[in-house]
Write a protein that binds this ligand. Sequence first.
Ligand code: NAD
Length: 314
Amino acid sequence: MKRILVTGALGQIGTELVNKLRDVYGTLNVIATDIRADDAVKEKGPIELVDVTDGSAIFQCAVKYRVDTIIHLASILSAKAETAPRLAWDVNMVGLINAIEVARELDLQFFTPSSIGAFGPSTPKNNTPQVTLQRPTTMYGISKVAGELLCDYYFKRFGVDTRGLRFPGLISYLAPPGGGTTDYAVEIYYHAVKNKTYKSYIAEGTAMDMMYMPDALNAIITLMEANPEKLVHRNAYNVSSFSAAPEDFARVIKKHIPAFTLDYQVDPIRQSIADSWPNVIDCSEAVSDWKFRVEYDLEKLSKDMLAKIKRDLG
Ligand code: NAD
């Protein structure tokens, strides 16, 4: 049985991952931590205030709960990082080395997500391979490539059991996204249900990889449980469910809400980030090394998102 400390646990991924991990490993075996408090989460299991830029705080929490695993999610996401690059460096890089140092000192398993943001404009755009050119032009991307290399380094140099995934844009309904470039792919569903119209800040024809949260959570757990001998690329595996542009979401939403209309008001910062990312990545190494698979395509995801949002909005 694992005992897991999750950093950045109140964000878009952590909110759902903590619930799922508690179902799998037991409520008391999953310690949610974040820089901010949330009383609703507090009642459901252990939660602590931990700022990842303070390494001793992570260490003390890991010792207090005698954890054997860290899932490190605390991060500043792509669009937010462009408005606060220095903060992004501090949280994404200093936070990561603090967390991984605790894993080294206490001999813990370690997981942290990378992103399709770790690729850049010189990366092949279609069928982007697992191993390829990575020269990102954003602060977020720079921190993600450096993070992948740092995790490889701690595995090779110190034998820390590091594992990671390059996530695409994640779509979910429980917690709002935290300032990424693909946030539009969540917002569009809320606007469709509430107003039957959406103005996309990403331009028509801009395809990016996407994944529904239940598939992302399953991928994390499957990779963490995978036989280490099979893992050729520990940090980090390409994973994605489908590639889509704003008009693809609109086409599927219209099947459920015929009056839905989509128009565009492009945000130059987020558009330039999107333009620097791949259109569609190749996930075959994740499939062959640890049997990565997904359940949701755009049609199935859209049906579920719209039903859940309608239910929650009453
Ligand atoms: P999020 O922005 O929703 O949540 C991040 C959490 O980190 C927040 O709850 C925030 O309070 C916390 N945090 C910020 N600074 C902190 C600090 N100094 N100490 C402790 N906590 C701090 O992010 P997310 O979407 O849940 O992403 C988690 C990870 O997954 C990140 O590494 C991100 O880069 C990666 N990722 C996410 C996506 C996506 O679409 N959501 C895609 C690719 C990769």
